[in-house]
Design a binder for this molecule. Structure first.
Ligand SMILES: Cc1cc2nc3c(=O)[nH]c(=O)nc-3n(C[C@H](O)[C@H](O)[C@H](O)COP(=O)(O)OP(=O)(O)OC[C@H]3O[C@@H](n4cnc5c(N)ncnc54)[C@H](O)[C@@H]3O)c2cc1C
Length: 422
């Protein structure tokens, strides 16, 4: 149905200062940030749990938030949520980092493997506690555009089709679903054959009891086992972008069959699948074609419009800054993205999208949206210096310190020199 015809049948349910589509970690960070600034914000989540890949997707691991030499780079809400996640569920924060940045040099990195479901509930409490409105089990289907401005979003839920208007719109669906529906420029990605659930066996239960550690009760059960870099991607398995229903289904069917083949003949009294991943484990599906594409060539560069410093989670030393231009476009004045939707290429996209940077770009998107409302300007035109001082007051490191930059600035990623590689 044409949007115009549809709108004639739909009344505006409510106006919000900011609508956030997608309650992954990036969306939660955005919603909490906007609400704390006293603006009205609606967070729309398609599933029944917050956290996205970081909870439902069973990716329950804060990748390193330090430079691999004992210096913390990622702070802000990412630091708060890492610490919170260790309060009620698994606490796997490495010893040197238990009480914050270590005083001594260490190459042990600052990480945390947490309980996905306990963390999901904590996210919900943070979102609701901030004053944001939350709707579960609702799909943000398409934006209503007036030229390049998003006037509102059409939703589909148990209540049927509804229409909410907004001043600012942030697509943090991870797949830029709403941006694509509004023909806002995006770029497709590719995904490897990766799929894992969680299993319990009598042996893992025994080990949990012997070690008095419930974490040991779980072990992965796998479909495809291809890693982040695509090593050993089978030649007969396609790379999925993950943004069509056929691709999503093909990915799920192949992986679930593969997993079943592996376990079906095991002793059924001694094992059970505790959970399958409840969303496709696609890393890079679709991002905004923003004003800047972040790549590994940006290593050790300072940006005037940096919104946060981030580190490489796989390799030590490599430091980056994320420019505001990578989460918005000048020609779409009230549209932002964050997390997996931020604009990066190759391993640069990987660096941007993992949990800690996704939280920080979400936080920054929230601050930018509020500034744009207060100053009645487009998101790409906010006063960057003022934004940076707000982000610093949010405990975010905006620029990495030059003393952390090594003498040898060669960037080797997964054994390959990446200078000049996009
Ligand atoms: C296999 C794999 C392993 C990974 N390993 C790690 C790791 O060890 N550590 C790490 O830090 N990162 C890891 N990552 C990356 C990380 O999990 C994600 O990049 C990060 O969690 C992304 O957060 P996000 O909020 O941007 O997106 P998502 O987590 O994708 O959240 C998007 C949310 O939007 C919702 N949504 C989607 N469409 C709509 C719609 N139309 N309307 C309403 N809601 C919608 C979804 O239900 C979801 O909740 C891994 C990713 C994968 C796939």
């Amino acid at each position: 149905m044409e949007t115009i015809t549809l709108l004639k049948k739909l009344n505006v349910k409510r106006h919000y200062d900011v609508i956030v589509a997608g309650g992954g970690v990036a969306g939660c960070a955005t919603a909490v940030t906007v609400a704390k600034r006293g603006k009205s914000v609606l967070l729309l989540e398609k599933s029944n749990v917050l956290g996205g890949l970081a909870t439902l997707g069973l990716v329950n691991f804060f990748v390193p938030m330090c430079n691999g030499r004992g210096k913390q780079i990622i702070f802000g809400l990412a630091e708060k949520w890492l610490r919170d996640s260790a309060k009620y569920g698994f606490d796997t924060i490495p010893k040197p980092w238990k009480n914050g940045e270590p005083k001594e040099y260490t190459e042990i990195r600052y990480t945390q493997r947490y309980s996905p479901y306990i963390f999901a509930i904590q996210l919900m409490e943070d979102v609701l506690g901030s004053g944001a409105d939350l709707l579960y089990d609702v799909i943000a289907t398409e934006p209503v555009m007036e030229q390049n401005t998003v006037k509102g979003v059409i939703t589909q839920s148990k209540s049927g089709m509804e229409y909410y208007t907004c001043s600012e719109f942030i697509d943090v669906t991870g797949d830029c679903d709403v941006l694509r529906a509004g023909n806002i420029p995006t770029v497709k990605g590719e995904n490897f054959y990766t799929y894992y659930g969680r299993m319990v066996t009598l042996d893992t239960c025994k080990s949990a009891i012997e070690n008095n550690d419930i974490l040991k009760a779980f072990t992965p059960c796998r479909g495809g086992e291809v890693n982040l870099f695509g090593d050993k991607q089978p030649s007969d398995i396609p790379l999925w972008s993950g943004i069509s229903v056929e691709e999503v289904t093909d990915y799920l069917v192949r992986n679930q069959r593969h997993m079943f083949e592996r376990i079906k003949n095991g002793d059924r009294k001694s094992r059970e699948i505790a959970t399958l991943p409840l969303m496709p484990q696609f890393r890079t599906t679709c991002h905004l074609k923003a004003d800047y594409t972040f790549t590994v060539n940006d290593a050790y560069k300072h940006f005037d419009d940096s919104i946060c410093a981030i580190n490489d989670f796989e390799h030590k030393d490599h430091l980056f800054e994320v420019p505001l231009r990578s989460i918005c476009r000048k020609d779409y004045p009230n549209v932002l993205t964050a997390g997996r939707g931020a604009c990066g290429d190759g391993y640069g996209w990987d660096l941007l999208r993992v949990i800690p940077p996704a939280i920080l770009t979400g936080q920054a998107a929230g601050e930018v949206a509020c500034m744009a409302i207060d100053n009645k300007i487009g998101v790409a035109s906010v006063d960057v210096k003022k934004l940076q001082s707000i982000l610093e007051s949010d405990n975010i490191m905006v620029h990495f310190p030059d003393e952390y930059v090594p003498e040898d600035k060669t960037v080797i990623i997964h054994g390959k020199c990446m200078q000049g590689h996009l």
